[in-house]
Design a protein. Structure first.
Ligand code: MYA
Ligand code: JJ1
Length: 388
């Protein structure tokens, strides 16, 4: 069934429930001298290219490939439309490798027709921190699908990760592959219900009118929590402490240091928003919430072309109830003109989703590790990792 994935060091379906298999690396590292020195062969009309994401022009080429060919929902009504600023942020974290930003071009026209990326990350699995690659933005042009290009691209990114002496990876997908460490559900909170209904993102509930629906989703004009404010550079040490302490309770989470927090969580206009609660009395940072901006193209609607979506990222509550903190996040997202606020049922998110009027979506997200076995599948609430 999975001619490619059966050959890879990933948990196989046949091994599910086998308690004799140990947790940890599936195969040991090989000496670097034994890592293949030349790129894998592509079908002859195509050639490898390393994408320089510092270059405005390359960034635009990648942006356009993804805008037209990346992930769609199951009814092909919406397609992710990551912005150039987002791609430049997502692909250039501390210690990134340019060689892990891999493109495929048509030799004749030099047109970019496929893409895959890795970025380095330290991921903690129970009590061990593992150097990994996070693999994302795998995309093959619509006209070149089902030609087995994806396996070659995955093998090539694996080779380039190995050359940096890294032997594990983490990735997510909307499709089931061998084998998920957990499967998460997308939830959606309407901020602009009229537009969501008009574009077919959501439907008018039974016995609901448009005006009752608009009233149902109304939010206050400003956040309720005293001391709620945008995160600033001076907050990096306090946010790092808060986040490290919070994430330590999950089975799988990133191992963020201050450099990582500065990159991934300091607000970046139109890319990532972060807020915290600073105690008006003690000036301690007690709570934190964040979301990233990922619009989707609306395919074939007369009136609208872009759906503005915020995605819940990392949230920590120690004093403000999580429900109140996330309600404030919804309020600021609404003020910033987002149409919908999305979240997965990871970490403690289940505790606020229903009460804050999120509804389950029709999409799921499966999480995977490469060359690292987890003995039993996790519950989504045991996962402390959000990939972009
Ligand atoms: S997930 C987002 C993926 N992108 C999209 O969904 C965008 C729209 N779709 C496309 O562009 C194409 O359909 C893609 C497949 C490129 C997805 N992850 O070339 P093919 C397997 C892994 O004929 P195409 C993200 O970015 C499939 O099961 N494998 O197919 C994370 C089959 O293998 P097998 C996938 O449709 C990516 C083979 O590919 C996926 O033309 C993580 C068919 O190849 C998928 N999403 O192209 C990648 N979809 O026969 C893994 C299909 O065995 C990283 N397939 O079933 C692994 C870690 C690597 C680093 C390791 C370091 C140590
Ligand atoms: O956005 C998604 N679904 C929406 C739109 C569905 C349109 C028809 N298919 C959805 N809307 C209902 C919202 C409603 C609001 C009021 C309350 C009740 C709910 O369900 C889905 C997620 O649910 N998104 C996708 O399918 C996109 C792909 C998801 C897999 C992503 C793979 C990412 C790869 C990562 O590297």
């Amino acid at each position: 069934k999975h001619k490619f994935w059966e050959t890879q060091p990933v948990g196989q379906f046949k091994d599910i429930g086998d308690t004799s298999l140990p947790e940890g690396p599936i195969e040991p590292p090989t000496p670097l001298s034994e890592v293949k020195q030349e790129p894998y062969n592509l079908p002859s009309p195509y050639e490898w290219t390393t994408c320089d994401m510092d270059s405005e022009d390359t960034c635009t080429e990648v942006y356009n490939l993804l805008k037209c060919n990346y992930v769609e929902d199951d009814e092909n009504m919406f397609r992710f439309n990551y912005s150039k600023e987002f791609l430049s942020w997502a692909l250039r974290p501390p210690g990134y490798y340019k060689s892990w930003h891999i493109g495929v071009r048509a030799k004749a026209s030099k047109k970019l027709v496929a893409f895959i990326t890795g970025i380095p990350a330290r991921i903690r699995v129970r009590d061990v921190v593992v150097k990994m690659a996070e693999i994302n933005f795998l995309c093959v042009h619509k006209k070149l699908r089902s030609k087995r290009l994806a396996p070659v691209m995955i093998k090539e990114v694996t080779r380039r990760v190995h050359l940096e002496n890294i032997w594990q990876a983490a990735y997510t997908a909307g499709v089931v592959l061998p084998t998920p460490i957990t499967t998460c559900q997308y939830w959606h909170r309407s901020l602009n219900p009229k537009k969501l209904i008009d574009v077919g993102f959501s439907r008018l509930g039974p016995r609901m009118t448009m005006s009752r629906t608009i009233k149902l989703y109304k939010l206050p004009d400003s956040p309720a929590t005293p001391g709620f404010r945008k995160m600033e550079l001076r907050d990096v040490p306090a946010v790092t402490r808060l986040l490290r302490n919070y994430l330590s309770q999950f089975v799988v989470s990133p191992d963020f240091d201050e450099n990582d927090v500065e990159h991934w969580l300091l607000p970046t206009e139109g890319v990532v928003d972060s807020y915290l609660v600073e105690s008006p009395e003690t000036h301690d940072v007690t709570d934190f919430c964040s979301f990233y901006t990922l619009p989707s193209s609306i395919l074939g609607n007369q009136n609208y072309s872009i759906l503005k979506a915020a995605y819940s990222y990392y949230n920590v509550s120690t004093k403000t109830p999580l429900l109140q903190l996330m309600n404030d996040a919804l309020i600021v997202a609404k003020q910033k003109d987002f149409d919908v606020f999305n979240a997965l049922d990871v970490m403690h998110n289940e505790s606020f989703l229903k009460e804050l009027k999120f509804g389950p979506g029709d999409g799921q997200l499966h999480y995977y590790l490469y060359n690292y076995r987890i003995r039993n599948a996790l519950r989504p609430s045991e996962l402390g990792l959000v990939l972009l």
